[in-house]
Design a protein. Structure first.
Length: 209
């Protein structure tokens, strides 16, 4: 048997031994899971997971308790995405983390009382509609409509901050004011408003990515 064939014979055994090798302390970094509903061990003055969870839960409960959504005879159609949710703050944050969580939790809790229009999926919907109408796909199990669903209300809002720094100690303080508003897409009236605010102070700020 030549050397190349001998190598192929031993390869499965080598892989098995490597896979079963014991973990040696210090050879790789440990990962610690944190409860997202508790203050993080690594904290900064920006928006952390705890603030995202608290603010979206608060806005969800306030929207569901509003008479427009709680007592409507027909389920209102709502668009909740980050297109008109503006970050004017010094905090680095993916806005979709806030608006996606708000929409998903609100959709689950509303249980059909509110219909959510996926405007951020507009291209996907239009491509499928085109395939069906050109005969390249069957109509599916749902009735086809002449137009896509329009929205009654859409989310808008702002993330704003006010910072202070003590140059002597290096301590930084940041006040966040985050506003949420639902706008009537026919009249432009603001039918619901909510606000979440908090202030954090730290000597050594974390780097947000």
């Amino acid at each position: 048997m030549n050397r190349s064939k001998q190598w192929y014979c031993w390869l499965p055994l080598l892989l098995l031994v490597t896979a079963c090798a014991p973990y040696i302390e210090g050879t790789s970094p440990k990962v610690a899971y944190s409860n997202i509903q508790e203050a993080e061990p690594l904290q900064g003055i920006g928006i952390d997971s705890l603030e995202i969870v608290i603010m979206t839960d608060k806005m969800m409960k306030e929207i569901l308790s509003d008479s427009i959504f709680a007592q409507s005879a027909r389920p209102p159609r709502v668009i909740i995405d980050s297109e008109y949710f503006i970050n004017e703050s010094a905090s680095r944050i993916n806005k979709n983390m806030i608006t996606d969580r708000l929409r998903i939790e609100l959709n689950r809790a509303a249980n059909g009382r509110i219909l959510f229009v996926g405007r951020h999926f507009k291209d996907m919907v239009e491509k499928e509609r085109k395939l069906k109408r050109e005969g390249n796909a069957d109509p599916g199990s749902l009735a086809m409509t002449k137009k896509v669903a329009g929205g009654d209300f859409r989310l808008g809002g702002r993330i704003m901050t006010h910072d202070k720094v003590n140059p002597a100690t290096g301590t930084s303080s940041r006040y966040h004011q985050i506003t949420f508003e639902l706008v009537d897409l026919e009249t432009g009236f603001i039918v619901w408003s909510g606000m979440y605010e908090f202030k954090k102070t730290a000597q050594d700020d974390s780097i947000y990515r």
